[in-house]
Design a protein around this ligand. Structure first.
Ligand SMILES: [Zn+2]
Length: 382
């Protein structure tokens, strides 16, 4: 809420951090009571087993919702929630449905307590509790649900970007045993006739289109391949930084903890995840097969790339005189810098254009250096 009268605004003034003439007001989140009909469990890419509450549909902030995550067994125990319970549901940030609490007064004797299954609901392998976390995992690397999620990540736009490889096809190919690992994607062509006969991707035309897209993906940059491996804590930005440093998947596979941690923005956790991934024998075999199929394992240094901004984190705000914010972000990343959405103590520079707002104020408060477009271009040139 803001004061309308400009003279009043001037009179009230600002503190070093905030204007005194404006205040944020949040409506209390809308809340509804709903009965839990079931608790479903699903298995993610890394084998994590996640329980989801399914409740009677209720209208919240304009849409109908009927599901909310229950995270893990500890969360379920803390909430003390069972199937048949009435719960208070709200939308966090007006977007994500969440359960606030159980309405104990409405609980009856039919309520069933819930425990995460001892065996994976998809493949039947005995589940294990992960060290230091509350997560239960299916430890089998061949679990179909995990294979599906891994393939979905591999073909996604940030990774190998294989167009037309929809989730439905992936599920079907995994279910029918055509795909068990990432490497199997590149030998699908050997099953072309059978795939057409069984109509998995449609008829000839559709099947060939997908097989062509798969062939084309072999030339993708190795940072996309690395993103596609879906190593925990190694997303698109980290994969880029890592490949810039090591150049090839082979060199990366040989890198030790210390070498890995020298890469900007790679901490101990990510480094360990990378080490564990390349130590795994089935992953080594998968990579050998990818190589044999002619999948590119090298990071192609693009023209204009440098590491002049390595180790620096930028936040961009306002309207820049000559480029879109997106272009500026690309330029920073090409030169080894990182772009973040919010200003913190870790921010190296705030790149500010016209009409910069709260981010500029925050940068000034935290003592973050503020630069303009021209200065950024100078930094890249020199
Ligand atoms: Zn499983």
């Amino acid at each position: 809420m803001k004061l309308n009268n400009l003279a009043d605004r001037r009179q009230l003034g600002t503190t070093s951090k905030v204007p005194k003439w404006a205040v944020a007001y949040k409506y209390p989140p809308e809340e509804k009571t709903a009965r839990i009909l079931d608790i479903e469990v699903s298995v993610g890419r890394t084998g994590r087993i996640t329980p989801t509450a399914v409740f009677e549909p209720v209208r919240l902030c304009g849409t109908m919702v009927s599901r909310a995550t229950l995270h893990n067994q500890d969360f379920i125990d803390q909430l003390d929630v069972g199937i048949g319970d009435y719960v208070k549901v709200y939308k966090s940030g007006e977007i994500i449905p969440k359960i606030r609490e159980v309405v104990k007064e409405q609980r009856d004797s039919s309520v069933q307590r819930f425990h995460l299954p001892e065996f994976c609901p998809v493949c039947g392998t005995k589940t294990v509790r992960e060290k230091d976390t509350a997560d239960m995992k299916c430890p089998s690397p061949n679990c179909p649900s995990q294979v599906e999620r891994r393939i979905i990540n591999f073909v996604s736009r940030d990774a190998m970007d294989i167009k037309g490889f929809g989730t439905v096809y992936i599920e079907e190919l995994v279910r029918r045993g055509f795909i068990n690992t990432i490497a199997d994607i590149f030998v699908l062509k050997e099953h072309r006739t059978q795939m057409i006969e069984e109509g998995i991707i449609g008829k000839e035309k559709n099947t060939d289109k997908l097989l062509d897209a798969i062939e084309g993906a072999k030339q993708r940059d190795a940072c996309q391949l690395l993103t596609g491996f879906g190593i925990p804590n190694v997303g698109k930005a980290a994969a880029k930084a890592v490949m810039k440093q090591f150049g090839t998947i082979e060199k990366l596979a040989d890198a030790g903890m210390e070498q890995l941690m020298e890469v900007p923005d790679i901490g101990e956790v990510s480094a360990r995840c990378i080490r564990n991934f390349f130590k795994d024998v089935s992953n080594q075999e998968m990579i050998r097969r990818l190589e044999a199929e002619g999948v590119n394992m090298t990071h192609i240094r693009q023209e204009g790339d440098s590491d002049r901004l390595a180790g620096m984190t930028f936040v961009i705000t306002g309207t820049l005189p000559n480029m879109e914010r997106k272009q500026a972000a690309q330029l920073i990343e090409q030169n080894g810098g990182k772009v973040s959405g919010s200003v913190s103590k870790k921010t190296t520079y705030l790149l500010a254009g016209e009409n910069a707002g709260s981010k500029l104020t925050k940068a000034q408060t935290l003592g973050v250096d503020v630069i303009d477009e021209e200065r950024l271009l100078e930094m890249i040139r020199n």
